[in-house]
Design a protein around this ligand. Structure first.
Ligand SMILES: O=P(O)(O)O[C@H]1[C@H](OP(=O)(O)O)[C@@H](OP(=O)(O)O)[C@H](O)[C@@H](O)[C@H]1OP(=O)(O)O
Length: 508
């Protein structure tokens, strides 16, 4: 693309010119191969043509004047290509289900939600903590899917078209060595997120800032995270047609996989089955039993063939076929909405007790990430106060659902009055702790620091590109940075990772 055309593209993105519509077919991004040699489904190391699709500036103009919050009424019932139960897929859900406006335009942003707190305020720093993009199932779940497929293939009987499709057309294509690796949709998740964030924060995520070394990248060592980081960078380099420079990223598991290194969490939760007793009780309880019996009835197999694990495997088959291939799989026909809500709750129970409010150490294990985020914000704040340029304008940190959730918990987000337990499902229908809304693939927590002049700094949190308010700080949508620090003073003064993660902490 000529320099003149690049400038025109950049101007159009910046100015949101309506009426101009350009299609930029960008190609090539090299990814880290993570699979066993010869795996047909693995993203190849060699570069691969990824058509960026259409960057339509017309949409930019339309969406920037799109008022109010995003539409959450994707109403999949109207769209036969979207499973009616897609909004219950928990951490196996697509990003588009929490931002349905992206279904029609994956690059659409709603800049109006990001109006600065006042005319004087300008954005000076952005920290983005992002879950990797869409991935294959883990080998643990692929084994369960394979077992279920054999039961259905060999024992199910019935004339329903969806059953015949499973038994005669659908093939078990998942292989154990896929084990959670990033898929092509996951590459696109991060490329598109990068472009949307560059449109939302053009003064921070810009070619100039990227080339100037003001944008830092940190990632978990897992393939899905490294490849998501490469994809995020590719989204920017392709947008700006940068071919003469590459940009580093740091692999830092102490930050992005802190849960592996917190001894007390590993001992008291990760390696302790009793820590998830509420999950186990729910999976053996009446709600789940009704689901497994209904599935067995639909398949006309004995109740003993469809355990809670088999029901979960069927649910995951529906979710992965949709997330990876965007197909409304025949596996989805095994569930009605009530069944899906029960399976969603089982997932939420796992996340609640393993990564969130269920055990205090779950959130305290994220102290290292909490302090890292605030030290970056403090550095930016002091450079602003000294009248200097902010040396780290943007930090992009790629991790897991279990990176984000403990931090969100530590900050007090999505806390209900009652804990999720094996016995209160019926009263938790309106709970705020719902991972389907919080943690899809590519879920992202953004912390935006504003300089409003006269030493006034403000901090805005966003989750999945939607503004939030810090729990307990509801006076203003974008509070003073000092008020936020006051609010979290105890954590800022304490929350010492080494102390919290000591095995026999505080015991004689
Ligand atoms: O049920 P699976 O095996 O998929 O659980 C995964 C985690 O996936 P999630 O429960 O979040 O959907 C996976 O988190 P991710 O963000 O990396 O996808 C995690 O890394 C993996 O270890 C499994 O978690 P588990 O708690 O060990 O089951």
């Amino acid at each position: 693309m000529s320099a003149m055309r690049q400038a025109a593209v950049r101007r159009a993105v910046r100015n949101g010119l309506a009426g101009q519509s350009r299609t930029h077919h960008v190609t090539r991004v090299g990814l880290v191969s993570g699979s066993a040699p010869g795996h047909t489904n693995e993203l190849p190391v060699r570069t691969m043509p990824i058509a960026f699709g259409k960057i339509t500036f017309l949409h930019l103009a339309v969406t920037t004047c799109f008022c109010g919050g995003f539409r959450n009424d994707s109403n999949p019932g109207d769209n036969p290509n979207i499973p009616a139960i897609a909004k219950y897929f928990s951490t196996k859900g697509r990003y588009e289900e929490v931002n349905p406006h992206l279904i029609e335009d994956i690059l659409a942003v709603n800049a109006s939600i990001l109006q600065p707190p006042s005319e004087q305020c300008r954005r000076v720093h952005l920290t983005a903590i992002i879950r990797h993009g869409t991935r294959y199932p883990t080998s643990k779940n692929i084994k369960k899917m394979q077992t279920l497929y054999e039961v259905v293939r060999r024992k199910a009987s019935g004339e329903e078209s969806w059953l015949r499709e499973i038994q005669t057309q659908w093939t078990m294509w998942y292989k154990e060595d896929m084990d959670g690796r990033l898929v092509q949709k996951g590459v696109d998740d991060h490329k598109h997120l990068a472009v949307r964030l560059s449109k939302l924060f053009p003064s921070l995520i810009s070619e100039e800032k990227l080339r100037g070394g003001f944008v830092k990248f940190i990632t978990s060592s897992k393939h899905r995270c490294v490849n998501s980081t490469l994809s995020f960078k590719a989204g920017l380099t392709e947008l700006w047609a940068i071919t003469d420079e590459e940009f580093d990223h740091a692999v830092n598991d102490a930050l992005m996989r802190f849960f592996d290194q917190c001894t007390r969490f590993v001992h008291e939760v990760d390696n302790n089955p009793a820590a998830l007793s509420e999950v186990d009780k729910f999976k053996q309880g009446p709600e789940m039993r009704r689901v497994t019996e209904k599935i067995a009835d639909r398949l006309r197999v004995p109740y003993s063939d469809i355990t809670d694990d088999m029901a979960e495997a069927a649910f995951y088959l529906c979710a992965y076929e949709f997330a990876i291939k965007t197909v409304n799989s025949p596996w989805c026909r095994l569930f009605d909405e009530v069944d899906a809500q029960v399976l969603e709750y089982a997932n939420d129970l796992k996340q609640f007790w393993k990564r969130a409010y269920g055990h205090d150490i779950n959130s305290k294990s994220s102290c290292i990430l909490f302090h890292d985020a605030f030290s970056r914000l403090d550095n930016a704040a002091s450079e602003i106060r000294l009248g200097k340029q902010v040396t780290e304008a943007v930090t992009v940190q790629v991790g897991h659902a279990e990176t984000l959730l403990p931090l969100l918990t530590l900050l007090g987000f999505f806390k209900d009055s009652d804990a999720l337990t094996s016995t209160n499902y019926a009263t938790q229908a309106q709970r705020s702790f719902r991972t389907s809304h919080m943690l899809p693939y590519a879920a992202n927590l953004l912390l935006v620091l504003y300089d409003c002049g006269g030493g006034e700094l403000r901090l805005q949190p966003l989750l999945n590109e939607k503004p939030m308010t810090f729990p307990g700080l509801t006076g203003t949508p974008v509070p003073l940075y000092e008020d936020v620090k006051d609010h979290y003073r105890a954590l800022l003064l304490g929350c010492d990772f080494e102390t919290e993660c000591q095995l026999f902490r505080g015991r004689a």
